[in-house]
Design a protein around this ligand. Structure first.
Ligand code: SAH
Length: 402
């Protein structure tokens, strides 16, 4: 995919950078999906459909507003566009939403959606309401290549990057479900976004960036970059670009402070080690005391939860002078997981040790456990079913043999 490069110096004779159209694949019905397109992409899509450039520019502006500010999915509601033009648009384009396969609500109010893409890939998103905020946990990939040993998504086989439309589509769908159109600055339920669903966002950098740009655009969904957090397992070479080109808050899945343990539970550590990762955090553009980096630390019984681990974590944060806070996540078990969660008093003691060193270390309350919506439990139903099918097949085979 090509993107217009930002021009930093004026080039005589060139007024505007010439945008390169994204390779837009029509859907099976021949129409092109406009969801996920930037203003420039929208304009190019209209021009490619033979709309005259001046018209294309005007229509793109109107469409963009209808799509991202008003949440429109139907051209007929776009009353400032002439009726025959609406018809023309409807023949060629759609504004889609991800297909909802299943929507579940937890006893604690957490909601989980299982979504399906046009090519039949399943992914999940979760909405976590709190008294003072509402956080949407967004997926960046179907499955994940990282294979963190404690993470359920890591056991999925199939991996593909989600497109910008599929990523921003999760936010649009949540807004639909919460009835939050048109986009308003006050009184929203959906206030925060965390890129902590399925997948590694920094392995899908371009699409995540393009989607988050749409989410942050003040005329559209208008979520502030201060209310968006991108979580990475530590893809060191992409961290500086994330800070420069996206500029959202950074969370890092640290989870261990020795090479041995981190190599085991976050295998990416064999490629980018702890010290390298912490240096990249120290260099992260925009991190300061007002905007701290969050270190996520999953509490695994007898694996990473000793007093020494907490103290070493403090030492490392100090060594790299990191404006940091620590988020302790009680391990959320899933069927067949090779670990157990640390005991509550161990977690409390671990948190205390870090607090005593002057670093905030709250324990994250698990949410939506009853609907398998808690951190690291996301895994598509299709996969779960095929697993169940496999088990059934195995049982049948056993019965036949026995
Ligand atoms: N790939 C990114 C974002 C997705 S995971 C990353 O690794 O940060 C979001 C967070 O959930 C990560 O901190 C991850 O380590 C954590 N997590 C995964 N499985 C978990 C589980 N079973 N229990 C608790 N936290 C888990």
């Amino acid at each position: 995919m090509n993107h217009p490069q930002p021009i930093t110096m004026p080039i005589p004779g060139h007024i505007d950078p010439v945008p390169v159209p994204r390779d837009l694949k029509p859907r099976v019905d021949g129409r092109i999906d406009l969801l996920g397109l930037s203003r420039d992409d929208l304009r190019m899509a209209l021009e490619t459909a033979q709309l005259e450039p001046k018209q294309a520019k005007l229509r793109a502006k109107q469409l963009w507003h209808w799509i991202y500010n008003r949440g429109a999915t139907d051209f007929t509601v776009m009353t400032d566009i002439a009726k025959d033009m609406r018809g023309w648009l409807d023949q060629r384009f759609v504004v889609s939403r991800p297909e909802v396969v299943e929507a579940q609500v937890s006893t604690d109010g957490t909601r989980k959606w299982l979504l399906r893409s046009d090519d039949g890939q399943d992914y999940e998103m979760v909405f976590i309401p709190d008294a003072d905020r509402g956080t949407l946990c967004v997926s960046s990939q179907v499955g994940c290549t990282l294979n963190c040993r404690f993470c359920h998504t890591g056991t999925m086989k199939l991996v593909r990057n989600l497109t910008p439309g599929e990523i921003v589509g999760q936010v649009m769908l949540a807004r639909d479900a919460l009835g939050e159109w048109p986009s308003q600055p006050e009184g929203r339920m959906l206030t925060n976004i965390v890129m902590m669903g399925m997948g590694e966002p920094l392995y899908n950098f371009d699409n995540v960036r393009d989607a988050l740009k749409l989410v942050m655009d003040g005329d559209g969904l208008a979520l502030s970059k201060r209310r968006i957090t991108l979580s990475t397992a530590g893809v060191v070479p992409m961290m500086a670009r994330a800070g420069e080109e996206i500029g959202v808050n950074l969370a890092v899945s640290l989870h261990a402070i020795t090479k041995d343990v981190r190599d085991e539970i976050v295998p990416l550590n064999r490629k980018y080690g702890i010290e390298e990762l912490l240096q990249a955090c120290a260099d992260y553009p925009g991190a300061n005391n007002a905007r701290r980096i969050t270190f996520e630390y999953v509490m695994l019984k007898d694996k990473n939860d000793r007093d020494e681990d907490a103290l070493e974590l403090v030492r490392l944060i100090r060594k790299y002078r990191l404006p940091a806070k620590v988020n302790l996540i009680p391990f959320n078990p899933w069927p067949g997981a090779p670990y157990e969660c640390s005991d509550p008093d161990r977690v409390a003691r671990f948190s205390d040790l870090i607090f005593k060193a002057g670093i905030s270390a709250p324990v994250r309350t698990p949410r939506g456990r009853d609907i398998m919506a808690a951190c690291g439990q996301l895994k598509s139903a299709a996969e779960k079913k095929s697993r169940a099918e496999l088990d059934r097949m195995a049982a049948e085979k056993q019965a036949a043999l026995g």
